[in-house]
Structure formats: structure tokens, C-alpha cells
Write a protein that binds this ligand. Structure first.
Ligand SMILES: Cc1cc2nc3c(=O)[nH]c(=O)nc-3n(C[C@H](O)[C@H](O)[C@H](O)COP(=O)(O)OP(=O)(O)OC[C@H]3O[C@@H](n4cnc5c(N)ncnc54)[C@H](O)[C@@H]3O)c2cc1C
Length: 299
């Protein structure tokens, strides 16, 4: 049996018109199921995704879709924030709808989108469903408390692949980056690659975070297609692909290495499109670089 609850579209902010929107869904405090009331508890771990049922433009029906959360349940329980981009053009269904006037209309009318819950009958609570309960190389669920505090993480985001890392950054900040007594705490480098300046997500917040906590957080936004004259960060793709006749692409990651020279001493995390993630990890392999750990998630 799958349980869902209507979550109000609390924010629908356009980041890049027709391309990327910030979405916030707010869940009620409780839900009634079969005459019994359950408190809705939000314990989602940073890096995990929730399941919602938005409208599909192409198919004309509600669809089940996963979205990685960009805020943290710790600071904002029952407020599910994510960034949704318009993907795969002719095949797209819900991702186009999220950018549409119809979605704007739903937001303005305070309409709801269903979000999946998981009943915990023993504790009489309904938990916000999260896509994974364990850390694996193919997901980005943040390591347990007690582990991440000692890590040096390099996180690479392509487009809306930044969502899990925004959640990490907010969670780490709210836990003082794991500093306690003699323990120095975590270090996180975030490389966020987008096509142009207008696609940067929470740029000012991330710049401010780096200024406030330089010993724990480093932010390297990258613009691949166009950039303002005064752009102080990397311009162009972080990797170069040379296609060969035998189908074995050669990936040159030297642009990436100019901003992250110490990959082998890092816990490496990558999120974004299947192609971009595969190219980057293949580039590492071809360069003979083996990070301490490697975890990627692509969609
Ligand atoms: C764990 C997880 C987390 C996610 N988090 C986010 C997020 O934070 N933000 C976000 O915008 N999206 C995220 N997604 C993707 C999201 O769930 C949708 O799949 C996406 O928005 C496209 O939805 P759609 O309904 O338009 O297209 P879909 O109906 O999902 O896809 C349409 C068709 O496009 C093709 N297709 C699907 N995926 C690909 C692909 N990667 N490459 C090429 N063709 C493809 C398939 O043929 C498919 O039938 C996540 C997915 C997963 C699994």
C-alpha cells in the first residue's frame, strides 16, 4: 500500500525561464489514514530524494517522479525544496510541466502535489519517503554523523545535479561543519557547472558561505557556454572530450584539475546527467586518479 499526502506548492521561482525552477512543497503536520491520525515526520537524510506526483504535460496524467532535496529536514522539516530542469525535450513529460504556465497557476491558487509517505505503525507516525536508506556508490545519501566530520569531500554538480550538495552544505553548516574540541571538521569543495550565469542556483548563498567558512567550504562555479566579462571563476567545460573512430573517447580533465588538484586525497561525489557523470569518471580513470571513495548519481 502506498501512502501519499497533498503538499502545497509554497514556492515556484524561475531561475532560468523555461529551463530551471526552484520548487518548494510544504507538507501538512498530520494525515488521517483509515480513521487514524498520524503525525508527519520528516527525517530525510541530505542527498536523498523524495517522490512526488506532478502533472505530465505529454501524457496528460499524474506521474511518479523523484526529486533530490536541496534543503535539509534538520532546518526546514516538511518543506521539500528542489530544483527542476527541463530535460530530454521531445520526450519530457513532467519536467516541461514544472516550467509551464499551468504550474504557475497551480502555485498561485495554492494547489497541491502528492508526495509519498511511509507509515511507521509502531511509532504512529508517517515519515516522508526517501529513495534510499543506505549509502552506496550509486547514490549520494550523506554518510552517517560521526563519519562525514573527518572527510575531505569534492562534489561536482552538473546543472540541477547541485541539489544533493546544497542539502549537504546547509546540513554541514548547521552542524558547525563537524568542528568539536580538537576535531577540525569536514572540508567540502563544490564545483557547480552550468551553461550561463542565469542558471546558477543559490549562487549568492554559496559565495557567502565560502566567505564565512573558508576553512570548511570552497565554491567553484563554472560557466560553460557564456560568461560576463568580469567572471572570476572557470570559463568553459571542466573536461574536454576527443571522440575517436573506435568509440573509445579520450577525456581530458586538465581544466578540472586546475581548480581541484588534489582529487586522489578526496572523497569524490558527482551528480548530473548520465553523460556528464560518465565522462568525468572516465576522465579520472584515464588519468589514473583514484579518489579515496567515489559516489555518483545521475538522472
Ligand atoms: C534519485 C533521483 C533524483 C532526481 N532528482 C532530480 C532533481 O533534483 N531535479 C530534476 O530536475 N530531476 C531530478 N530527477 C529526474 C526526475 O525524476 C525526472 O526524471 C526528470 O525531471 C524528467 O522527467 P520527465 O517526466 O519530463 O521525463 P521522463 O518521463 O522521466 O523521461 C521521458 C523519457 O526521456 C528519456 N529519458 C529519461 N531520462 C533520461 C536520461 N537521463 N537521458 C536520456 N533520456 C532520458 C526516457 O526515454 C524517458 O522515457 C531525479 C531522478 C532520480 C531517479
Amino acid at each position: 500500500m502506498e501512502y501519499v499526502v497533498g503538499a502545497r506548492i509554497h514556492q515556484l521561482r524561475t531561475i532560468d525561464p523555461g529551463e530551471i525552477r526552484l520548487v518548494q512543497l510544504v507538507l501538512p503536520e498530520e494525515i488521517e489514514i483509515a480513521g487514524k491520525r498520524y503525525a508527519i515526520r520528516d527525517t530525510m537524510r541530505p542527498g536523498t530524494a523524495f517522490l512526488a506526483k506532478p502533472w505530465g504535460d505529454r501524457t496528460g496524467k499524474y506521474r511518479r517522479r523523484m526529486y533530490t532535496r536541496s534543503n535539509a529536514s534538520f532546518n526546514e522539516p516538511r518543506v521539500l525544496e528542489t530544483f527542476i530542469n527541463y530535460t530530454h525535450r521531445d520526450q519530457s513529460d513532467t519536467s516541461g510541466w514544472w516550467q509551464s504556465e499551468m504550474a504557475t497557476d497551480w502555485f498561485e491558487k495554492g494547489k497541491t502535489v502528492e508526495v509519498r509517505l511511509q507509515l511507521d505503525e509502531e511509532r504512529d507516525v508517517a515519515l516522508v519517503y526517501e529513495n534510499t536508506k543506505v549509502c552506496t556508490p550509486a547514490n549520494l545519501r550523506l554518510e552517517d554523523d560521526g563519519i562525514w566530520e573527518g572527510m575531505r569531500m569534492v562534489c561536482v554538480a552538473f546543472g540541477t545535479g547541485i541539489t544533493p550538495f546544497l542539502s549537504y552544505a546547509r546540513y554541514l553548516k548547521s552542524h558547525n561543519f563537524g568542528r568539536k574540541g580538537a576535531r577540525v571538521g569536514v572540508h567540502m569543495t563544490l564545483v557547480a557547472s552550468v551553461r550561463q550565469e542565469g542558471q546558477l542556483m543559490l549562487h549568492e548563498e554559496l559565495v557567502a558561505l565560502e566567505q564565512q567558512f573558508p576553512e570548511h567550504f570552497r565554491y567553484q562555479p563554472v560557466l560553460t557556454r557564456s560568461w560576463p566579462t568580469a567572471w572570476a571563476y572557470l570559463k568553459g567545460r571542466i573536461l574536454r572530450v576527443a571522440h575517436s573512430m573506435d568509440g573509445k573517447d579520450q577525456i581530458d580533465i586538465s581544466p578540472f584539475q586546475t581548480i581541484v588538484p588534489d582529487i586522489a586525497q578526496s572523497h569524490f561525489r558527482v551528480c548530473g546527467s548520465v553523460t556528464a557523470c560518465r565522462q568525468l569518471t572516465l576522465g579520472l580513470e584515464q588519468e589514473g586518479l583514484i579518489p579515496l571513495t567515489l559516489r555518483t548519481e545521475s538522472w
